[in-house]
Design a protein around this ligand. Structure first.
Ligand SMILES: *Cc1c(COP(=O)(O)O)cnc(C)c1O
Length: 505
């Protein structure tokens, strides 16, 4: 191998760099891409929310590994013709399925700048890490956490929840658990959350080595808030059976209907019982920025850790999950690992310890902080809070329209920004399942489904800052139209939507 390398001619002017020979060409191409993307976002309402992928378009992505170069313009044309038209749709104001953020042009620009710097935020002494530390400080002040709290960007709340379980584990069992594993002692540990909690909590218990059976899912009330009395009883009975409760996970915004647990009551229970109090605030925690919602999050400031996403209600482009831990020492004790190649210095590029790689399992990490920093600075928290307040007002508007329409039935109290309802019909589950798919395929809107008390519900989560009353009206009209059609017969689509041409080059 070495001899082969030695024999390769080494020219003084490298022909192997990936930089363009002519920067003017790529500059012009780049400006076109930027303009097209601004047009795409600016005119997004003219497009279908989502478009089913035609077979021939999908087949293009089963191609051979390219060994030879292609012209950037040709590759970009494939993007405009075959990728952009078939995106998820969450940039569109009619996207209400699942809890997805809408992104912003500001976040998009920041992503480009971050890619240009190509910073690795695992560690070392450079300003991108100071930007991330700035966000940690801002997050700390937003949630009323003490100095000494630590925080880190991760992919999303699923990862942040897993990391929180690990911090709680290490806190209870001591740092030696990192060498010895959870062992016999770990087998008696129990965690608690509600039946309305997100599935990633059970997965976190599984991945952390406890097994998902070690998670007790406590019943929730009609509003999907954890029954704290039942939780208290379960903790007591587990203790008397010789088990060791160690963690309670509260929800600030359940994924089904947007319920917020009584965080104040949960936090005092955890304090009395000596349990780690983690909050899954994936999208709801940022409700703290809304003066209307903030009082309902009382108790969040007492959490030992909070997982949340800037990419949902914060409108930062994917991905931008975050974990904040009240006691930064415990956080570091869970993840920091000495390694010779990660040696710290007090001067030079290897200074600036502690590094983000001491706070999570990732070593190489991108610059998620930049798009978040741009978003927070450009809009300010008042404006971002107003967007959140408005999502809830729009959910209220949708609720009022449902209540005023005898053909529709509200299936859960609207507590935040999520509305669950259905079209009244015989065989309602089947009819409503079809209505949702019909609407998705029509491109008019993108609701999703959930199951509440055994009934299939149409679920509309209003998260996107672009969503307006006209989008709610379009959803209602579509549900009524497809509902009428589905309950009379079972033919294909009748409604026609205008489709815009593919993204211009
Ligand atoms: C979205 C969500 C998650 C998962 O977050 P990801 O960022 O998708 O990993 C967890 N919990 C709740 C309540 C959520 O809404």
């Amino acid at each position: 191998m070495t001899s082969v390398l030695r024999e390769a001619p080494l020219q003084s002017e490298s022909s192997e760099t990936l930089d363009p020979k002519n920067w003017d060409d790529i500059r012009a191409q780049g400006h076109r891409m930027l303009d097209d993307m601004f047009d795409y976002v600016a005119n997004i309402r003219d497009r279908p929310v989502w478009t089913p992928i035609p077979d021939d378009a999908r087949a293009r992505f089963r191609a051979e590994l390219p060994s030879q170069p292609s012209d950037l313009g040709d590759v970009y044309r494939e993007f405009t013709d075959f990728i952009a038209p078939y995106a998820t749709g969450n940039v569109h104001p009619g996207f209400m399925g699942w809890v997805h953020g809408g992104g912003t042009a500001v976040g998009m620009l920041a992503e480009m700048l971050a890619a240009g710097l190509n910073a690795n935020l695992g560690g070392r002494d450079h300003m991108p890490i100071e930007v991330e530390r700035q966000i940690v400080e801002w997050t700390r002040s937003m949630f009323g956490f003490p100095s000494g709290a630590s925080g880190i960007f991760v992919t999303g709340t699923s990862m942040a929840n897993l990391m929180a379980v690990l911090v709680a584990r290490t806190t209870l069992l001591g740092a030696s658990v990192r060498q010895s594993g959870v062992g016999d002692e770990g087998a008696s540990l129990r965690a608690y959350t509600s039946t309305a909690a997100h599935g990633c909590i059970a997965q976190a218990m599984d991945l952390a080595g406890f097994g998902s059976d070690a998670l007790r899912c406590i019943e929730a009330d009609r509003s999907h808030r954890i029954d704290v009395a039942a939780l208290r009883e379960r903790i007591a009975s587990d203790r008397s059976a010789g088990l060791r409760p160690f963690l309670v996970v509260g929800s600030a915004g359940t994924v089904d209907i947007g319920a917020i647990d009584d965080l104040l009551e949960l936090s005092s229970l955890c304090r009395e019982e000596g349990l780690w109090f983690h909050v899954d605030g994936a999208y709801g925690a940022l409700g703290i920025l809304s003066p209307v919602l903030a009082p309902r999050l009382a108790g969040l400031e007492n959490a030992d850790s909070i997982a949340f996403d800037f990419h949902k209600w914060g409108q930062v482009p994917y991905d931008a999950g975050f974990l904040i831990v009240r006691d930064g020492d415990r956080h570091r004790q869970t993840f920091a690992a000495p390694a010779a190649y990660l040696r710290r210095e007090t001067r030079g590029l290897a200074a600036g310890s502690a590094w983000p790689c001491d706070l999570g399992p990732d070593l190489s990490r991108g610059f998620r902080a930049l798009k978040t920093w741009f978003t927070l600075k450009t809009y300010g928290t008042e404006k971002l809070g107003a967007v959140i307040t408005r999502s809830c007002a729009l959910a209220g508007y949708l609720e009022a329209r449902i209540l005023a329409e005898p053909r529709l039935e509200l299936l859960a109290p609207v507590q935040l920004n999520i509305v669950c309802f259905r079209y009244r019909s015989a065989d309602a589950d089947e009819v409503n399942r079809n209505i949702v798919v019909d609407i998705q395929e029509s491109g008019i809107a993108a609701p999703s489904t959930t199951v509440l008390d055994g009934q299939l519900a149409i679920r509309a989560a209003i998260v996107n800052h672009r969503t307006d009353t006209c989008d709610i009206d379009a959803l209602i009209s579509a549900v009524l139209a497809f509902g009428a059609q589905r309950s009379s017969s079972d033919d294909g689509l009748v409604l026609d939507v205008e489709r815009s041409p593919p993204l211009a080059m």
